[in-house]
Structures are given as structure tokens and as C-alpha cells.
Write a protein of this length. Structure first.
Length: 285
């Protein structure tokens, strides 16, 4: 073994220039591989973080029936117990309740199918970036806020009157007139073209069909929340699930379950980077 090491050492110094070129090429190859892996991972992490901050969230509490078919009647059981558990958990940074329903929005002679997110503006702004990225007006407590793409499509501006038509939990059709209070700019044109923010306090009586009991318990479809550290998300979800005595058909989903494509992209990238680095190392062997 010692003889082999001595021969290898002497062989290196037989042609210092050649050896330097080989070592330099290997070092450059390893550096390039590590740099590309870091760059690709950074870009992917930034894309994931932007999606979580803009419209996915860290986790969501909802009814399993609502997840399956977006049934407007599938209201979350015991919302007060869930919000109390969220307030009590030290890792939960913020949370926001939502009523979610499909509707038709009409502005002048134009109309478009939309998804209404009835929210508390202040709470929603603590969980998501989109409500804070209002380029005109504000996310108000009386009017609605449109995405930039939808506003351009319908030629709707601040102060314009628009009509929302939707079905309540009893199956009755409601038509509500709102003024456009704001226009937001999200990271996704697809989201901008369909998601409309409306004030929860104003829309809840319409959506719940005047159900006084549902109004009294603050019935909603979803509760989104953020944690202080994403590494603690799974433990936080487990703790919240154990904190509510009678969850009924409620489920808690992490961002990986809400948006599987983001999780799948992470897995594919990790495998691709390992393969990429293996090819570089094999080529230098």
C-alpha cells in the first residue's frame, strides 16, 4: 500500500502542469455541480415559498366533504374550538377564516365565473401576501377586491359596481351588489383571473341563508394558518388534531396535501439533482 502511494505521488510530480490541469478540471467540475444544485434548489424553494405566501398557505382546516366536491353546505364543524386551539399553540403565527363558493360576477355587459373568498381583511393579510399586494385601492371591509387579470378582462375599475350571483347553503340563488374597493396583483395570472375577495361579515348572512345558529357559531368552510417554522408544521398539525374533542369530519391538511404539485416538484428536483451530480462524479472518475 505504501509503495502504491509513493508511486502515485511521484507520478503526480512527473508532470506538474498535466496534474494541475487534471486537478483543476476536477475541482471546477465539482464546483459547477454544487453551484448548479444550489441554484436550482434556491429557485425551487423561492417558487414554493411564493406559492405558500400567495394562495396555498402552510396548512388548512376544512371539512372532508368540502375538499371532495366543494359543496357549499359542507361547513366546518366547531370552528370556535379550532380557532381556540390555533390561538393556544405557540407555533401558530396567524390564521384566517374563509367562506368559499363559486359565483358569477357581472360588470357592465361582461361576466365571468369566479371563486369568492369571503374573508376578514385584517386576518387574511396576516396569512397571505395577495391581500397585501393591492396595487389599487384596498382590501376593504365593504366592497370586493379583484385580481388584476380579472379586472382587465371585465374592464372593471375602482368604484365600479359589480353583481355577484351565487347559491347559498339552502340552494337558493342570491344576487348581491358590491363596489370594487381594490385590485390585487398575485404571482399567478390563473389565480388573478378567478379569485375574488369579499368581506366575510357582509357575505356570511347571504351564504348561510339567514341561518341564525350558523351565524352565531361563525360557520366557515376553511381556516388557513401559518406556522413560525415550517419544520414544525407536521408536529403542529398533530397537536391541533388532538386539541379538538369532537372534530367531526374536519381534517387538517398541510401545504403538501393542498397543492401536491409543489411537493411533487420538490421530489423530482431532488432526484434530478442527485442524478446530475452522479453523472459529473462518474465522468471525473
Amino acid at each position: 500500500m505504501t509503495l502504491l502511494i509513493q508511486m502515485a505521488w511521484r507520478n503526480i510530480w512527473r508532470s506538474p502542469w498535466r496534474s494541475g490541469v487534471v486537478v483543476g478540471a476536477m475541482a471546477l467540475g465539482v464546483w459547477a455541480g454544487v453551484f448548479m444544485m444550489g441554484l436550482a434548489q434556491g429557485v425551487n424553494d423561492a417558487r414554493t415559498a411564493a406559492a405558500l405566501d400567495d394562495f396555498v398557505g402552510h396548512a388548512q382546516i376544512t371539512d372532508s366533504n368540502f375538499t371532495a366536491n366543494q359543496d357549499v353546505q359542507a361547513l366546518l364543524a366547531q370552528p370556535a374550538q379550532w380557532t381556540a386551539a390555533l390561538d393556544a399553540h405557540p407555533e401558530v403565527e396567524s390564521w384566517s377564516e374563509r367562506l368559499v363558493l363559486m359565483a358569477v360576477l357581472q360588470a357592465g355587459a361582461a361576466s365571468a365565473p369566479v371563486q369568492i373568498l369571503a374573508v376578514d381583511p385584517e386576518r387574511e393579510s396576516r396569512v397571505f401576501n395577495a391581500p397585501r399586494n393591492v396595487v389599487a385601492g384596498e382590501l376593504g371591509s365593504e366592497g370586493i377586491t379583484l385580481g388584476q387579470k380579472l379586472a382587465d378582462q371585465l374592464d372593471a375599475g375602482l368604484g365600479d359596481r359589480v353583481v355577484l350571483s351565487f347559491q347559498d347553503v339552502r340552494g337558493e340563488i342570491h344576487t348581491v351588489l358590491f363596489a370594487v374597493d381594490g385590485i390585487y396583483d398575485g404571482i399567478s395570472n390563473l389565480i388573478e383571473g378567478v379569485q375574488v375577495y369579499a368581506p366575510l361579515a357582509a357575505l356570511a348572512p347571504e351564504v348561510l341563508g339567514g341561518d341564525s345558529l350558523a351565524l352565531a357559531r361563525g360557520a366557515v368552510h376553511q381556516i388557513h394558518f401559518r406556522v413560525r417554522n415550517l419544520d414544525s408544521l407536521d408536529a403542529t398539525v398533530a397537536a391541533l388534531q388532538g386539541a379538538v374533542a369532537e372534530p367531526g369530519s374536519a381534517i387538517v391538511r398541510t401545504w403538501r396535501e393542498i397543492s401536491p404539485d409543489l411537493s411533487y416538484a420538490d421530489e423530482v428536483l431532488a432526484q434530478s439533482l442527485l442524478l446530475f451530480m452522479a453523472v459529473i462524479l462518474f465522468a471525473m472518475a
